[in-house]
Design a binder for this molecule. Sequence first.
Ligand code: MN3
Length: 212
Amino acid sequence: MAEAVATKTKHVLPPLPYDYAALEPYIDEQTMRLHHDKHHQAYVDGLNKAEEGLARARQSGDFAAIQQLERLLAFHGSGHFNHCMFWQNMAKPGEGGGGEPAGELADRIKDDFGGFESFKKHFFSASVAVEGNGWGLLAYHPVANTLYVQTAMNHQNLTIVGSVPLLVLDVWEHAYYLRYQNRRADYVEAWWNVVNWTDVARRLTRAGSTLS
Ligand code: MN3
């Protein structure tokens, strides 16, 4: 009897939690449409394709393409999940977007970075300095019980295994080029106006932060 191929629900593109124009003037509507509908969709499709390829390999027992399949899984899987978080990490300016963190998140940032302003400088510098395509991340590591600013080349390279991202900033050119052209620093500076700190704080709690 042939072994059944495990079939999983395909990944789907989640809708934005706000209008395409909600992050204006900091992130423009056209960028959001292309970024969400085209770029993010491509990662969803790529992840589904990688998972299908892996399922076929298991079924046939032919693992000749395993190295490429695992690479595609990491790239498109990280691309998909990073973007899911990125949209949630932002909100309309003045209506959830912007301002400063509060509560435990603010306390942790003070403990681990010396304060919000020094965290911002660290995160800003790391994000602007990403070589080529990548991300700036604020992540919590449950083993170290520490927040780290990290960077990712492409979607995943250079990050610390086991860390839980709380806040991610896409610095691929497709995220800002239409409005900011080559001025990535201007985009990163403007982006603080749309950060949804409530969402970031919720993720810290869910990650099991044990500040005491
Ligand atoms: Mn992107």
